[in-house]
Write a protein that binds this ligand. Structure first.
Ligand code: ZN
Length: 252
């Protein structure tokens, strides 16, 4: 006698037929894209294989490594320096009886300074006396280059000054100190603290640039007594200025 709990052989047979039919239909459907995702072996690069039709995802592949890894070493700071060629783009500056103009000395020295510092690898802006770029100018240092007048017989020497009432007196004093020492060493001119004028301490550019940019003005020598240095050895003048700026930016 048949037990109530025994499965009906006919029912089992129909279930099995149904399972086989579903599996058969599914196998047919995969290549058509109706079952869109299939697993495949990966290629050697471990990259996704792009094919028409179904999306293919590789199995056992490493994570794609196309995302660039950012460099861990920070870019070193490139010093930036502004050089104002005194009076350039505006006027002649001091003029000697024989026609020698201060602006020509200033431009010659400034161009040499810019070339030397650029060769040294720094970022340098050559600026005119009333350059629009001076407003809010940001750099590691700004230096305005001038020369003293022709009308003081017997007077020799140079001077460097920073702004009266400086916003950053410590770095600006260091800038003046570096420039003074190295300029004196290179040119063998004496620092002349007694003819530093109001005009130097209240130099217009000091109050136009960003107050955090250390700035100074240099009078490289007198156009009468120091003429030979200024006009025939401008590379020495420029070398002293460059040494002073490197002293300030890189320290000693
Ligand atoms: Zn001047």
């Amino acid at each position: 006698m048949k037990k109530e709990t025994d499965p009906d052989p006919w029912a089992v047979a129909w279930v099995m037929r149904a399972v086989v039919l579903i599996a058969f239909l599914a196998a047919l459907a995969v290549p058509t894209g109706l079952v869109p995702i299939i697993a495949v072996a990966t290629d050697t690069q471990g990259e996704l294989t792009q094919v028409e039709g179904p999306i293919v995802i590789s199995l056992g592949a490493p994570e794609p490594t196309s995302t660039p890894i950012p460099a861990l070493t920070p870019t070193p700071h490139l010093p930036r320096i502004g050089i104002v060629a005194g009076h350039s783009g505006h006027d002649s500056g001091a003029v000697c009886p024989d026609g020698l103009q201060e602006v020509d000395i200033n431009i010659d020295v400034s161009q040499r300074v810019v070339r030397l510092l650029t060769d040294y690898g720094w970022d340098v802006d050559l600026l005119e006396e009333f350059d629009v770029r001076l407003f809010g100018y940001q750099a590691d240092a700004l230096l305005s280059i001038h020369a003293d007048s022709c009308n003081v017989p017997g007077k020799t020497g140079f001077k460097v000054a920073r702004a009266e009432g400086s916003f950053i007196p410590d770095p600006e004093d260091r800038l003046v100190d570096c420039l003074s020492r190295h300029y004196a060493e290179h040119t063998e001119l004496e620092f002349d603290p007694f003819t530093i004028t109001y005009d130097m301490r209240r130099y217009h550019a000091f109050y136009e640039i960003n107050p955090n940019t250390p700035a100074a003005i240099i009078e490289t020598g007198f156009m009468l007594e120091d003429r030979e240095l200024l006009t025939e050895r401008p590379e020495v003048v420029a070398g002293g200025i460059v040494a002073g700026l490197i002293c300030f930016v890189e320290g000693e």
